[in-house]
Ligand binder design. Structure first.
Ligand SMILES: CC(=O)N[C@H]1[C@@H](OP(=O)(O)OP(=O)(O)OC[C@H]2O[C@@H](n3ccc(=O)[nH]c3=O)[C@H](O)[C@@H]2O)O[C@H](CO)[C@@H](O)[C@@H]1O
Ligand SMILES: C=C(OP(=O)(O)O)C(=O)O
Length: 423
């Protein structure tokens, strides 16, 4: 099993190119199920999760080709011949549930394994299911699968989400494009990935208004066509690499980075006395006066501070000049990095969903274990600042969401390598 080894204490300097967004691409790919015409996605990231979604679409009969080494995904739902998303694939990745709405809209039926919870929380899919029911689907849960039928097609409906869900908004947005009549999604997620999906669907012929606001209106159409769409930059990868030079010292330019994708993070970094400058083609980040000021951070749906950057922010705040507080409001169990950071000398107390981080002078390298995707990268970031060697094991979590992390950081002067060992 691969590990990542980091020798800390080297400031970073240089440029990091930001890849296409994993979470956008995972929602865009199932859109191919809505049409028998080809959907081409450019700027796709080369990640384990994207391969899993490709495998899932192929298992449904879609043609999936990764041209230019996977950067361009050529998808075709013309050969769609199955309505069943099997547990063997769905269990690998929760985003698999995003095939439910498109399958139901196109075929009038779908059978999709229920994704389980995961390390960060229970993560139910009740809002996806109740929304589809409102659109006329009949649902049955048995043997770990949801079986859905809408023999006469889905109907437009007003769906008011009791809480903001990115995945439920995406599933219903896709389903509504082919429903009869108008669907209104209220308290919809406003994440940039939703906007990207709506733009792609519109290019395919869908009639959508309001994406990026909390009310999205969709007029169903008879059929969608093909399109070519460029996946937007990954704001979580961008945010992660913005934090890297703050922790390690130095200055890094994030090529393709846009402030609007990470404004909550950029505002917090500035409050911590970090410079975030818009430069040609990207963003440049560096400490302003050598210190990191403590912060209070609360995770919230977009445009609030993203939960997917909470672990990385915590790694940074372990080195702040006082006590910081982080409140995790999205997932009930997203502090698994805390004991691992503690092994590196961080002083953090957790009470329920709130972490108190007492800044320390420095961190020490240690063997640590990745427990989920963003926790993994927070340990790598901490390793960049730590004295001595940090070895992060279980990096398969990291490979779900970060492309060539060791090359990207290595090119900026980090001493980081992937160690492949047979267990
Ligand atoms: C592939 C992808 O895009 N993943 C992102 C997506 O996950 P995902 O789409 O799974 O996250 P949601 O926005 O749906 O989840 C937000 C909260 O709503 C709860 N909930 C969700 C659906 C539901 O039916 N019932 C329910 O109670 C969840 O348990 C969670 O507490 O948004 C999260 C929140 O920004 C990010 O951390 C993930 O990286
Ligand atoms: C939680 C994440 O992904 P997923 O929703 O696929 O588990 C993430 O990208 O940080």
């Amino acid at each position: 099993m691969d590990r990542i080894r980091v020798q800390g204490g080297r400031p970073l300097s240089g440029e990091i190119a930001i890849s296409g967004a994993k979470n956008a691409c995972l929602a865009l790919m199932p859109a191919a199920l809505l049409t028998d015409q080809p959907l081409t996605l450019t700027n796709a990231p080369r990640l384990a999760d994207i391969r899993t979604m490709s495998e899932l679409l192929a298992s449904l009969g879609c043609e999936v080709a990764g041209l230019q080494a996977g950067r361009v995904l050529a998808l075709s739902g013309a050969t769609l011949d199955s309505d069943t998303a099997h547990y063997d694939i769905v269990r690998k990745m929760r985003a698999s549930i995003l095939v439910l709405g498109p399958l139901l809209a196109r075929l009038g039926r779908a059978r999709v394994s229920l994704p389980g919870g995961c390390a960060i929380g229970a993560r139910p899919v009740d809002l996806h299911l109740s929304g589809l029911e409102k659109m006329g689907a009949q649902l049955e849960l048995a043997d770990g699968y949801v079986t859905a039928a809408a023999p006469g097609g889905l109907r437009g409906a007003v769906v008011e989400f009791p809480l903001v869900s990115v995945g439920a908004t995406e599933n219903l947005l896709m389903a509504a494009t082919l429903a009869k009549g108008t669907t209104v999604l209220r308290n919809a997620a406003r994440e940039p990935e939703i906007v990207d999906l709506a733009r792609c669907l519109r290019a395919m012929g869908a009639a959508i208004e309001g994406e990026g606001s909390s009310e999205i209106r969709i007029e169903g159409v008879e059929a969608l066509g093909g399109a070519t769409h460029r996946v937007l930059p990954d704001r979580v990868e961008l945010g992660t690499y913005m934090i890297a030079p703050v922790i390690a010292g130095g200055a890094v330019t994030l090529k393709g980075g846009e402030r609007g994708l990470v404004s909550a993070l950029a505002d917090k970094l500035e409050e911590a006395d970090i410079a975030v400058d818009e430069v040609e083609g990207g963003l440049r980040v560096a400490r302003r006066n050598g210190v990191i000021r403590p912060l209070r951070v609360v995770t919230e749906p977009f445009p609030g501070f993203p939960t997917d950057l909470q672990a990385q922010m915590m790694a940074m705040l372990t080195l702040a000049t006082g006590e910081s507080v982080i409140e995790e409001h999205i997932f009930e169990n997203r502090f698994m990095h805390v004991p691992e950071l503690g092994r590196m000398g961080a002083r953090i107390e957790v009470h329920g969903g709130t972490a108190h981080i007492h800044g320390v002078e420095g961190l020490r390298g240690a063997p640590v274990m990745a427990t989920d995707l963003r926790a993994s990268v927070s340990l790598i970031l901490a390793g960049l600042a730590a004295e001595g060697e940090t070895v992060v094991s279980r990096v398969y979590h990291l490979d779900r969401g970060y492309e060539r992390v060791e090359e990207k950081l290595g090119a900026c002067g980090a001493l980081i390598e992937r160690v492949t060992e047979s267990d």
